[in-house]
Design a protein around this ligand. Structure first.
Ligand SMILES: C[S@@+](CC[C@H](N)C(=O)[O-])C[C@H]1O[C@@H](n2cnc3c(N)ncnc32)[C@H](O)[C@@H]1O
Ligand code: SF4
Length: 417
């Protein structure tokens, strides 16, 4: 039998089930294969970055060694994201030094969106790369033989066969669980140039089976879950979001539900029904505006109609719907003054809660490809080793520091707590 272990680097907040939803989805999928437990099996170790802002290779390896005898493992799969990238190659070297001689499998955004021809050079001691959603590819990886390596797998999972991590018990929910993450669909069809949430490979949206989604909702209700954080990059899109909200209403959902939403999609009869449902449900809406400046919007390939946003602020405030707005600072063509105008615009419209994120150049995004064109310089300035843009064509690092101070003042302002 082949023995595998997934090592993941996650952000698990207090009150959430122990373990990551993404990894639980992989494990639930593997375990439904009839060969599981006979021909292959897979364990999991999660490192919660919220508990280890400065994670080191030594700490990771010491913890793996507590649970595994490395020469006995056939596969080690590592999750590669912008926050774990710095660990990957040194960790592989250390695993080898400690006797691991099997195949390294790499997956996650950093692999999915990297140029395939560069993967082997970037990660010279990796045998199997997984691009895209990993359920089916990981299963194939664990059934592969050394003569097939190196291997790049990008199997599209059949969403009708994805086992629910919650309904299968892979991710256990306690009674009165404070928070859970939930997914009703994956991917986004829009093309914002900074964003890796959309499916950069196929630009498709994959919907989970409606019955499975409803069953998960009933489970959350039965367990009296207090907060449901919906991960869909854009919830108010596609044919099913309204019926899902109707279902929440019908079962008198007790949990608060946070939804990532787009102003642009609140239009016409569906938009009206959406607002009506929001006003009758304990929802919290998260809108990305990013900037209100035309020159910056053009770079990120978004169009925000100010009049539409203004009208919606009024409606949301009048209906008592809770929401927050996110902005990005450090964008090409941005200056401190233009960023402040975006903030002032939101505050002038009594926007309840504003968050501003520093721009990250994520692999595979158009902005990442255009970083030289916009003279973007990056620096690691905070925790988690994530590089952010600190100067570009329109601002230097001093000006960026002023933007950061303004962004931080929003988070700490009592009005927004
Ligand atoms: C998960 S995204 C989803 C946003 C939503 N779908 C929308 O269209 O606005 C949530 C927020 O993360 C921030 N974000 C996403 N990618 C980012 C990046 N590369 N750099 C900085 N902030 C980013 C943006 O402010 C975005 O609104
Ligand atoms: S920012 Fe939102 S709308 Fe734009 S591509 Fe990302 S998830 Fe989609």
């Amino acid at each position: 039998m082949k023995h595998a272990c997934i090592i993941s680097f996650d952000f698990i907040r207090q009150g959430e089930p122990e373990g990551s939803l993404a990894i639980a989805s992989l494990l639930a999928y593997l375990k439904q294969d009839e060969r599981y437990g006979q021909e292959f099996q897979c364990g999991h170790i999660s490192f919660n970055l919220l508990e280890h802002a400065q994670l080191t290779v030594l700490h990771v390896v010491q913890n793996i060694l507590k649970m595994y005898h490395l020469p006995a493992l056939d596969f080690i799969a590592l999750s590669c994201y912008v926050w774990s990238e710095f660990l990957i190659n040194p960790l592989i070297r250390s695993l080898r030094e400690h006797g691991f001689s099997g195949a390294i499998i790499l997956g996650g955004y950093q692999i999915s969106y990297a140029d395939s021809s560069l993967l082997q050079a970037e990660y010279p001691d990796c045998q199997i790369f997984i691009k895209g959603y990993a359920e089916e590819s990981l299963r194939q990886a664990l059934l592969s033989e050394p003569q097939e390596w190196p291997l790049v797998l990008s199997q599209e999972p059949d969403f009708s066969c994805l086992t629910s991590p919650y309904l299968s018990g892979e991710l256990a929910i306690a009674d009165n669980q404070s928070r859970v993450r939930w997914e009703t669909k994956r991917g986004c069809p829009y093309r914002c140039s900074f964003c890796a949430h959309r499916d950069l490979q196929r630009n498709r949206v994959y919907r989970h089976e409606r019955d499975k989604v409803f069953d998960e909702l009933h489970l959350f209700q039965k367990k009296r879950v207090q907060k449901i954080n919906v991960l869909d990059p854009v919830f108010n899109m596609g044919p099913e979001y309204l019926s899902l909200m109707e279902k929440m209403l019908e079962c008198s959902l007790g949990a608060q539900v946070s939804l990532q939403t787009r102003f642009e999609n609140i239009q016409g009869a569906n938009g009206e029904r959406f607002l009506e449902l929001c006003s009758n449900l304990p929802v919290f809406l998260e809108f990305g505006v990013q900037t209100i400046q035309e020159a910056e919007l053009a770079v990120i390939q978004r169009r925000n109609q100010r009049s539409h946003i203004e009208e919606l602020f009024q409606r949301l405030n009048a209906l008592g719907i809770a929401y927050e707005i996110s902005l990005i600072y450090g964008l090409p063509n941005q200056t401190f003054a233009s960023f402040k105008e975006s903030v002032d615009f939101l505050q002038a419209h009594a926007c309840q809660r504003i968050k501003a994120f520093p721009l990250m150049l994520l692999k595979g995004t158009e902005l990442h490809a255009q970083r030289n064109l916009w003279k973007c310089q990056e620096k690691i300035v905070g925790d988690y080793h994530i590089p952010v843009v600190v100067s570009a064509n329109s601002f230097d690092e001093q000006e960026w520091l002023r933007m950061r101070a303004l962004a931080e003042s929003l988070e700490h302002c009592e009005r927004y707590e």
